[in-house]
Write a protein that binds this ligand. Sequence first.
Ligand code: UDP
Ligand code: MG
Length: 314
Amino acid sequence: MSQKKVTILIPCYNEEASLPALYEALCKLMAENSNYEWEILMVNDGSRDNTISMIKELRAKDRRICYVDLSRNFGKENAMLAGFDNATGDCMVIMDADLQHPPHVIPEMLKKWEEGYEDVYGKRLTRGKESWLRKQVSLLYYRLLQKSARYDILPNVGDFRLLDRKCIDELKKLRETERYTKGMYAWIGFKKASVDFETQDRVAGESSMSYSALVHLAAAGITSFTVAPLKWSIFIGILASIAAFAFMIYILVNTLIYGDPVAGYPTMMTVILFLGGVQLLSLGIIGEYLGKIFNETKGRPAYVAREIAKNNQE
Ligand code: UDP
Ligand code: MG
């Protein structure tokens, strides 16, 4: 039987400073595991620095390096889809370009894969440098997400994982343009196993995930995997109606017993403002889903590639 082929998928956005160290680490990994055939698939996500020319240089001297050059910055989630589409391996390992995902864990993942697991995810033991607040918010978010979606979207598990060819083929079928890949891994199912790793510090450069990007991703996570918020607004509506009804009875009884001294301006304002707020909130939630429908019905591709360089498949 011929060698099994492993694709390493690396989305790269402004990573010129990390690439040399990354390539060196990968060379070491490939040399130590020469029983596999390797393919390194780099997706240049519209970098504004020299990332693409460096990738091209690497490919000129090492044919194991393949690349997809996107026409602009589409975001990591979409860059990964470009990678799923072009990977040719029997399995694929996704990792970050900044070496925050240590390559020495990959042989462990491969071992689990050989044991028959189809989705081997890296589990962060430490979350790297991060404030206490951000950590708590993140944990709360996952608890909420897990409660409202019917399958497990795990905290402390990211995109560092090994996927069998079967998983890649299924992920390729999920073509939505506002992607939340973390939820998709859970959605497709398959036999999962975990491997622990310590998040490293970035080798070079800066994180391009701003707070606003994270908030956007978090919202996408909820709205693309569950319609629970729509149900919450029904729930809040019912609660508010019951409260309003009780209040009405109270006012009626009050008026009948004590007469009507036309007071109650503060209570009236409070109720109006509260209900107005709840209504706007619910409208906003509906709008969020409507916007998603609008975007998806346009049926645009999730990314546009300027150039794809990969080795011919037999
Ligand atoms: N990345 C990408 N497109 C983007 C932003 C990030 O392809 O628009 C890549 C980036 O090059 C890196 C990975 O996604 O390989 C993780 O990004 P980063 O290290 O900035 O995020 P963090 O580790 O802070 O979550
Ligand atoms: Mg990083």
